[in-house]
Design a protein around this ligand. Structure first.
Ligand SMILES: [Zn+2]
Length: 378
């Protein structure tokens, strides 16, 4: 899916404000691969001979609450426990940069050494710059386990080595995207948009008032002549598939699909019919604007099950950093700090500026843990 040609970019003022975060928005060319019959089925990859020997002070028998652990040659739990590090062959590494990475190679290795305790497997490459032509992030669902969201239910977790726990595998080519995004965006893809509302921007909110991590506006001006202007947070312009990396929290439909707010709190959504972008930021033409009430959405899809009252609120993930050689100390420390900020039940570090972490983006209704515990290690 390529969104480069069709999306509405952010308004100019917002663009200036978010120059740094701009990277994570503008050139997404694919960030959702959802299929019902197993995404990313690839040939079995040979386990490579790792050519890096990391010196660690691991004690396999009694690692204690801290300290790196060498699970096998080239697969290590980092000493601060915020990520694991997997040394792969140059070919395996490169495949991820070309969008053909072997997710099952990674997941099978994870489940060889870890319990089936993760909702998400976060795979990070260590590129210093965004690879040309590659997505900024991609979410590959392992199952569809919630009814009422527009998708049928299916379970392909076994293909990844999970017995039903794993929700999705997310790959981002740069560790910096934990802070800048599209990290929040890719997580949301497990739940949306799988047909919850109609869209011309597959997998995303498109030209609708769903305004959140997966695009959309939150206010609309009718300019006459079938032309409209979308705004987000009071500013002209919006993205049809994303809205500025981690700089915006989850929107109303996202919170509902994620199971964090009840149907009573689901808002009427405006959806543009046959939308076409124009040359003006935030402006588009459409045949009509259709309002879809919460009651209509629920009548169409059924109630969300489990309901927000019963839905999971505490999520767990594991970060697997892919590289061809041992990580530098500065890379280790920065990623540790960023993962601690992203998963914190509080504000992220000041260096994050206006970026949201998971807890803030969910309005403090959900948590994400990524610290590797002894209990998770087999
Ligand atoms: Zn996306």
């Amino acid at each position: 899916m390529s969104y480069i040609k069709t999306f509405q970019i952010l308004g100019i003022r917002r663009l200036l404000m978010l120059t740094f975060l701009f990277l994570s928005v503008v050139v997404f060319n694919s960030c959702s691969t959802d299929s019902e019959n197993g995404t990313e089925i690839t040939e079995n990859n040979t386990e490579d001979d790792n050519d890096a020997n990391e010196d660690t002070d691991a004690e396999q028998d009694d690692p204690g609450p801290q300290g790196s652990i060498e699970l096998e040659d080239g697969f290590t739990v980092d000493e601060d426990r915020m990520f694991s590090s997997m040394i792969v062959s140059a070919a395996e590494y490169q495949a991820f940069l070309e969008g053909n990475g072997d997710l099952q190679m990674v997941s099978n290795k994870v489940y060889q050494y870890f319990e089936d305790d993760f909702d998400f497997i976060f795979i990070l490459s260590v590129e210093e710059e965004q690879p040309s032509g590659l997505y900024y992030g991609r979410s590959s669902s392992a199952q569809s386990g919630v009814s009422g969201l527009g998708s049928s239910l299916w379970d392909n977790t076994a293909a990844y080595g999970s017995a039903g726990k794993l929700k999705s595998l997310i790959h981002m080519p740069r560790t910096e995207y934990v802070r800048n995004g599209p990290f929040l965006h890719e997580i949301a893809h497990y739940w949306a948009n799988h047909g919850f509302i109609a869209t011309t921007v597959g997998g995303h909110w498109g030209y609708s008032s769903a305004g959140g991590q997966l695009g959309g506006f939150d206010a609309l001006e009718d300019l006459g002549g079938n032309t409209y202007r979308g705004l987000l947070n009071g500013q002209t312009g919006f993205g049809t598939f994303a809205n500025g990396g981690n700089s915006v929290p989850y929107g109303n439909l996202e919170l509902y699909t994620m199971g964090l707010i009840e149907a009573d709190d689901l808002e009427t959504v405006m959806v543009a019919e046959n939308p076409q972008s124009t040359a003006v930021f935030g402006e588009f033409t459409a045949d009509a604007i259709t309002e879809i009430t919460a009651a209509q959405l629920i009548a169409q899809h059924g109630e969300r099950l489990p309901s927000a009252q019963d839905a999971q609120k505490a999520f767990t993930g594991i970060v697997v950093v892919l590289s061809t050689e041992a990580l530098s100390q500065s890379k280790r420390e920065q990623l540790t700090a960023d993962m601690e900020s992203f998963t914190r039940q509080g504000d992220p570090d000041d260096s994050w500026g206006n970026s949201y972490n998971f807890w803030r983006a969910t309005f403090e209704m959900a948590t994400l843990s990524a610290r590797i515990t002894d209990e998770q290690i087999k």
